[in-house]
Design a protein around this ligand. Structure first.
Ligand SMILES: Nc1ncnc2c1ncn2[C@@H]1O[C@H](COP(=O)(O)OP(=O)(O)OP(=O)(O)O)[C@@H](O)[C@H]1O
Ligand SMILES: [Mg+2]
Length: 377
């Protein structure tokens, strides 16, 4: 997959910005707060139909604006052209997504069509943060590689909300009859999500082992372990997972009434990262965290490339500011070997001596504009 061009209107601080991208490396250079990350956010919006930062569409609309628009031409590995357009109308609070002129009815159907991997400073929460941050990472990778997962996850969230409402309204009193149908749905959808995460984590394990080896010189063995709120095995069937959920729900019935919230299901899953058998979260150094994260993202790239049958685009937001020059160069040459990449940076230093041409372009971003046209061959 490649992004040939993109046209942003009224998106964050970009009033009207047009990019004609290089086919391999695109560097967005500029001082702090100029709109580099915003441009990457727009690109990811095309692929994910939403922002990877903001939860509400209106947030990415230019302040005091009434709409935003992102238009782009994407090219698949097989050479097929996709004219993609996203528009948001603030008055009607509606978002429209079209591909080659046709309206997309279900936004979830777009996810995975244009696979994307994002490495940004916010991602540090994947290794440092709470279980929810790790679930979000896992969900985004699975979502891009499995259509039904997105829909199951959406439905599951709705079920948990409903169920929590019943538990909260019961105020600790028995509500067995109201909650019974929701228990069944919780188990149906919850077990599908647990089953998929279980399968994903075992399939993903060799990818992370390999990329970690590629990135780290010394031998450290990374591991990702699935720790759901019910006990299952790596090869548990859907029926076994559902049975385990049912059992656990019965066991937690009183606790759920007392705490007025759903205590069993994939929204309580933990995913544990470790290096040489030691939990990353509790024992790893800053550098080990960073390396693990880069390895995760590169592994995600290869995983999606295989599953989606399409090379993902790779967005690297401000990754070099935290790495020393040696590691930065290593990451850069690795990233360049993957596919089309988009890099934001405040310093050109690491690209010193690079040639700029149709494959490799540099855009100087200032106050939400491309201040200088890129050099082309
Ligand atoms: N909805 C919005 N409307 C207008 N401007 C916005 C909006 N959201 C953010 N901005 C502005 O965008 C700028 C930040 O842009 P961005 O995050 O892309 O900067 P950056 O170039 O990546 O900087 P840094 O190097 O610090 O990461 C800020 O000046 C902010 O005020
Ligand atoms: Mg930024």
């Amino acid at each position: 997959m490649k992004i040939s061009n993109a046209h942003l209107r009224s998106f964050r601080n970009h009033n009207e910005t047009a990019f004609e991208f290089g086919t391999r490396v695109n560097v967005l250079l500029g001082e702090n707060g100029q709109g580099k990350t915003n441009a990457l956010e727009a690109l990811s919006f095309l692929c994910l139909t939403k922002s990877f930062y903001a939860s509400a569409d209106a947030t990415v609309m230019q302040q005091h604006g009434t709409f935003f628009e992102i238009k782009s031409v994407l090219l698949s590995d097989k050479g097929k052209e996709f004219h993609v357009r996203v528009t948001y109308d603030d008055e009607k609070k509606t978002k429209k997504f079209t591909i080659n002129g046709a309206d997309v009815e279900k936004f979830s159907s777009v996810i995975g069509m244009f696979p994307v991997v994002i490495l940004s400073p916010e991602n540090s929460s994947i290794t440092f943060g709470s279980p929810a941050d790790r679930r979000k990472f896992v969900d985004l990778v699975i979502s891009q590689s499995s259509k039904s997962y997105v829909e199951n996850a959406m439905e599951y969230r709705r079920i948990v909300r409903q169920r929590n409402m019943i538990l909260s309204e019961a105020k600790g009193k028995d509500c067995s009859s109201e909650i019974a149908p929701w228990n069944e749905m919780l188990i149906t959808y919850g077990s599908r999500i647990i089953g998929k995460r279980n399968q994903f984590l075992s399939e993903f394990a060799p990818y992370i082992a390999q990329t970690y080896l590629d990135i780290v010189d010394e031998r450290e063995t990374p591991k990702i372990e699935y720790a759901p709120s019910i006990s299952i095995k790596p090869d548990s069937s859907l029926e076994e997972i559902a049975a385990a959920m049912e059992q656990k729900l019965a066991k937690k019935k009183n606790d759920e009434l007392r705490f007025q919230t759903t205590l069993v299901g994939p929204h309580r899953d933990e995913i544990i990262f470790s290096l040489n058998g030691m939990s990353l979260k509790h024992f790893a150094s800053q550098g080990q965290h960073k390396t693990f994260l880069v390895a995760l993202k590169v592994a995600e790239f290869f995983f999606l490339k295989e599953r989606c049958n399409e090379t993902p685009i790779f967005l690297l937001d401000d990754v070099f500011s935290e790495l020393d020059e040696y590691r930065s160069r290593k990451l850069l040459s690795l990233a360049e070997s993957l596919g089309q990449i988009f890099i934001t940076t405040t310093s050109e230093k690491i690209f010193g001596g690079a040639e700029w041409n149709n494959e490799r372009r540099k855009f100087f971003i200032k106050s939400g504009e491309v201040a200088q046209e890129p050099v082309t061959a």
